[in-house]
Design a binder for this molecule. Structure first.
Ligand code: ATP
Ligand code: MG
Length: 246
């Protein structure tokens, strides 16, 4: 595996890079995914590699939306699968959501490799391989989803998603939960709930909030009502620019 001493000041970041690299070697992550990771890291560095308070509030609101959904789906791409496979399986279990492989650069080999990888991490049912549904407003390859998965969902968590697809999903009227370290990215801008945090920290945090909110509809409603997406994006941008966050 990797040989990074835990005392190294960039321990977490180096570990993350190794996971992405291993993902490419395993046929899970695309080469484009390496570039996306680099962009994310730059923002994380500027944020101080921490979960800012508004990102924590977003994680709590996202957990509430997942618990209240009629049908929630967690979308998995090559970076998500490489970085947090077990954590996504746990979140699905904690909220009753489905897992669906959903790729911008879709190939059957990569779809299968990611589904296998998720099963190795405990997933039972993995959607995305049927591809009998479409996201309206996108060209054919980019639009493919499962009719009984994302196609049917009222709430979707789309971490590290491309801006076009995030916009198209929002236009279909779905409640969209996004994880994206760039508060200026269109994905973050179109989300009902933008979580501006590293996915490595964000997903376990959403799961923890879900466990806390489970069975408490009032607390769920409060988490949703108290969250202000625009204010959260502003706070993240201020934190990145080096200003005060509260
Ligand atoms: P648009 O501006 O249209 O949204 P984009 O060029 O940002 O598109 P990508 O580069 O595919 O599209 O998006 C990847 C996004 O994911 C980037 O905004 C990047 O900051 C973010 N990202 C990458 N790695 C992580 C990570 N580990 N955790 C959270 N966000 C990440
Ligand atoms: Mg983006």
């Amino acid at each position: 595996d990797v040989d990074v001493p835990e005392s190294h000041p960039r321990y977490e970041s180096l570990l993350t890079r190794h996971r992405i690299e291993a993902g490419v070697e395993k046929g899970i992550t695309s080469k484009q995914g390496l570039i996306a990771q680099g962009r994310g890291e730059a923002y994380d560095y500027l944020l101080g590699e921490r979960t800012i308070p508004t990102a924590d509030a977003a994680a709590r609101a996202a957990a509430a939306h997942l618990l209240r959904a009629d049908h929630a789906v967690l979308s998995i791409n090559g970076n998500v699968a490489a970085l947090v496979p077990g954590e996504m399986v746990e979140l699905a279990e904690a909220t009753g959501a489905d897992l669906e492989v959903n790729l911008f650069n879709r190939t059957e080999a990569r779809m299968e490799a990611i589904a296998d990888h998720l099963r190795e991490h405990g997933a039972e049912d993995v959607k995305g391989l049927t591809a009998d549904g479409r996201i309206s407003g996108l060209d054919h390859e980019r639009a493919k989803v499962d009719a009984d998965g994302i196609g049917d969902a009222d709430v979707v968590l789309v971490p590290l998603e491309d801006g076009d697809r995030a916009e198209a999903l929002a236009e279909m009227g779905k409640t969209e939960l996004v994880v994206d370290l760039n508060p200026l990215s269109r994905s973050a801008q179109t989300a009902t709930v933008p979580i501006v945090d590293n996915i490595i920290r964000a997903i376990p945090n959403v799961t923890e909030h879900a466990r806390d909110l489970e069975g408490d509809p009032e607390a769920q409603q409060q988490a949703i009502d108290e969250f202000d997406a625009e204010a959260a994006l502003d706070a993240a941008e201020r934190a990145i620019r080096g200003g005060d966050i509260e």
